[in-house]
Design a binder for this molecule. Structure first.
Ligand SMILES: Nc1ncnc2c1ncn2[C@@H]1O[C@H](COP(=O)(O)OP(=O)(O)OP(=O)(O)O)[C@@H](O)[C@H]1O
Length: 597
């Protein structure tokens, strides 16, 4: 092995690990004067299909670009030195981090005390805030993926280590890109690690707070030496019961960790900054107040859980909806079990080339980074994700007096959550584009929502208004915008958008509704009646322009300029970024999500 020169440059010194997607090596760079050490991560795509392989190549290149930016802007993320492709496999050459993982630390030195865990969290949360500011969800936070670099190389004294975040899950997700049985692109593997992965992430819907969930469990591991599967869980909430294993932990820290690891994303900290703030001594009292509420009812600041305004401005106020339109938990089946089942079942998710990913999580988590390079680590330029991305059905500034429906600070009637929320409160990076295969729906789709509504008959109105959450905002793909060209008899994305609004203007609401992806219907648009009620407040909507930002045969991102003329004569403009996915079975483009630009 020592004699191997990978890519005619890197001498393999040692294997560091072998995972589901390939091996990780310690190597030396023979083309650097110092022969500096580096880590080479080999990634094997699962597909043998040439068309998909090309997509993987493109995504890999985009993701490498983001990893480069991430590493260059933050000393607690390994720098990307190079990336290349060799014999059908992909390689990342990264900065070698001297030190050991958190797992190794606990295994060799024992559990950490509260001060050490607080210090660890306060040093890693800014890194997560930084990562999230790129609209990327790490997706594999766990003790194995946080390394401790001694601040003074050579020493390994507790308290001086600087945590470094390794092994972003997005690249692995790209490797999981494959062709589904119906010809679409899927991502059949939920990236993440069992136990540390939240239910929504297991279902292919990672959120920023999914990383916080994993980090909370990582902190609990540091305090107790136990991985999540070793704890009993609360059958009502699915949350682990860990406190008795760390009896000396202060209520302040315990409450922060409890909140971070709530099953329901709404009940968690919406951002890394919020969690960081909660750890600061002067806000512990606030946290305590928050945590006094029952587990599932912890008040969540509106900003984190803003739900999508699905009804017109002057619509009747929506009664505080339950977090999820879901039946009460089934005895014996915890939410956590449901989430894990979702992962185990290997839900197939469509991957748009860059939409989600780029939209930030779907595919990518790796979406295109913000235009401005985030500042250095110490002061992460975290920008809270948009929390109120409007649904396609709602004209924008039309309803200033009717704020988006938010989960009230207290939700006494909120039942225990036993399902994964359809969408997250925070504009999540979506790295997984919703399933293209209606026959394989994600396990967690709320039962009341028809997955595939009848073509001509509007679906029945659910009894309970849907708890809306904003769609995730697509990230700009880094690919050059390409005009779409007709493929066979297929409609173009532009034509589909025009057709959608023509249906709206013609009051063919059931047809327009059926142009929304089932998951969009379920997660973001509310029930059909709310949808039609809303549109009935609109006199007409004019499509000013439709610009294709990027497209593949299976997905497209288009920016659509719209002018709404409301029934009361008010006129307003907005531009929506819309992601579309191709449904081979119906031969139509479905609107999968939207966000306001
Ligand atoms: N940049 C790095 N610097 C130093 N060591 C690293 C670095 N990246 C990874 N390692 C070491 O290599 C080990 C394995 O790497 P990594 O986590 O990337 O892959 P894996 O766990 O083998 O597989 P998977 O990617 O499927 O999780 C890590 O646990 C860590 O000890």
């Amino acid at each position: 092995m020592n004699s191997v020169l990978l890519n005619n440059r890197y001498r393999i010194l040692q294997e560091l690990g072998m995972g589901g997607f390939g091996q990780t090596f310690l190597a030396e760079d023979t083309q650097m004067p110092s022969k500096r050490r580096c880590v080479i991560k080999q990634l094997k795509p699962v597909t043998g299909n040439p068309a998909i392989y090309q997509m993987v190549q493109e995504r890999f290149a985009r993701e490498a670009a983001v990893l480069e930016q991430l590493g260059d802007g933050n000393a607690q993320i390994p720098k990307l030195f190079a990336y290349f492709e060799l014999e059908g496999q992909f390689y990342l050459v990264q900065e070698w981090i001297e030190g050991g993982t958190l797992t190794k630390k606990v295994q060799t030195l024992g559990t950490l005390n509260e001060a050490q865990v607080r210090s660890l969290l306060m040093n890693i949360l800014p890194v997560l805030a930084y990562v999230h500011s790129f609209r990327i969800v790490h997706r594999d936070i766990k003790p194995d993926n946080i390394m401790l670099r001694p601040s003074n190389p050579g020493s390994f004294s507790p308290g001086e280590d600087v945590p470094v975040l390794i092994d972003f899950g997005s690249v692995k997700e790209t490797m999981a890109t494959a062709m589904s049985s119906s010809g679409g692109v899927t991502n059949s593997i939920a990236i993440g690690s069992p136990g540390f992965m939240s239910a929504e992430q297991a279902a292919g819907r990672p959120l920023y707070s999914s990383d916080l969930y994993s980090l909370g469990l990582t902190a609990i591991y540091m305090l107790t030496g136990k991985i999540p599967q070793e704890f009993p869980t609360d059958p009502a909430t699915g949350e682990i019961l860990w406190r008795s294993y760390a009896p000396t932990v202060s209520p302040g820290l315990a409450m922060v960790l409890d909140r971070a690891t709530r099953f329901n994303p709404r009940d968690r900290f919406p951002t890394a900054e919020d969690m960081l703030n909660a750890l600061k001594p002067n806000v512990n009292s606030q946290v305590a107040t928050v945590a006094v509420a029952p587990p599932n009812r912890a008040p969540v600041p509106p900003s984190q859980v803003a739900t999508v305004p699905v009804a017109p401005a002057n619509r009747a106020p929506v009664t505080p909806p339950p977090p999820y339109r879901q039946s009460s938990p089934q005895p014996g089946i915890s939410p956590r079990a449901v989430g894990i089942a979702a992962a185990v079942l290997g839900i197939s998710f469509l991957i748009g080339f860059g939409i989600a990913q780029d939209r930030k999580s779907s595919d990518p988590p790796i979406a295109t980074p913000p235009a401005n390079n985030p500042p250095p680590v110490s002061v992460p330029p975290y920008t809270p994700p948009p929390t109120q991305t409007p649904p396609i059905i709602s004209p924008p500034s039309q309803e200033p007096e009717t704020p988006p429906v938010v989960v009230p600070p207290q939700e006494p009637e909120t039942p225990p959550v036993d399902v994964i929320p359809p969408q997250e409160p925070e504009t999540p990076p979506v790295d997984v584009i919703p399933p293209q295969e209606p026959e394989t729906p994600p396990v967690v789709v709320p039962p009341q929502e028809p997955e595939t509504p009848p073509v001509d008959v509007p679906p029945q109105e659910p009894e309970t208004p849907v708890d809306q959450t904003p769609p995730s905002e697509p990230e700009l793909p880094d690919s050059t915008p390409e005009p779409t060209e007709p493929v066979g008899d297929r409609p173009t994305p532009e034509e589909s958008i025009s057709d959608y609004y023509a249906n709206i203007n013609n009051r063919n609401y059931s047809q327009a509704w059926n142009q929304l992806d089932p998951r969009f219907q379920a997660n973001e648009s509310g029930d059909y009646n709310t949808y039609t009620n809303w549109w009935n407040t609109v006199g007409s909507v004019n499509v000013n322009n439709v610009n294709v930002v990027a497209s593949t045969p299976f997905s497209a991102i288009v920016d659509t300029g719209l002018t709404y003329t409301m029934q009361d004569g008010t006129i307003s403009d907005e531009t929506l970024r819309m992601s579309l996915i191709w449904n081979e079975e119906t031969g139509t483009w479905a609107i999968e999500q939207t966000s306001r630009l």
